[in-house]
Design a binder for this molecule. Sequence first.
Ligand SMILES: [Zn+2]
Length: 182
Amino acid sequence: MICPAPPLCPPAAWTAWPDWDALMRLALEQAHQAAAAGEAPVGAVLLDAAGQVLGTGHNAPIATADPTAHAEILALRAAARACGNYRLPGSVLVCTLEPCVMCLGALVHARVAGVVFGALDAKAGALVSNLPGAALPFFNHRFWTLGGVLGETCGRLLSDFFRTRRLARQHQSPLANAPGMG
Ligand SMILES: [Zn+2]
């Protein structure tokens, strides 16, 4: 588990209560939906403090022609609409991939209490990989972070998706069928 130094770790009540693996599987279901639609397989669910699902989302920037349509944003939007409030205090986001800097901003605006993620995102992750996102001094809200929940499964889903896409593109390339190219 990747868990930055306190106070960013989940409070004791959260570490004892939830079955994070089971909740991550809900986010993974969302990620599979994204993959089935040809989108990068990232999924997210937002829970209230009692563990009830408030909203779900999966990556959909291609289908929606919307650069902000990341899984985390869509889960926040669905939850905020359901609650009739753009602030979701006490909520916890469970997502398959470490959130990017855009989603970090949205999570701060939504006042989530915590973020649980699966795989690290070495290129764009903004909680651990490239930024201590949940502890930036100029934010007026902070949340705890727990990473690495089913991290291998979440990461493999992404790497398999991109490998398959690369192979498909190579196969479609005119060079792939050109004489002398094997
Ligand atoms: Zn994002």
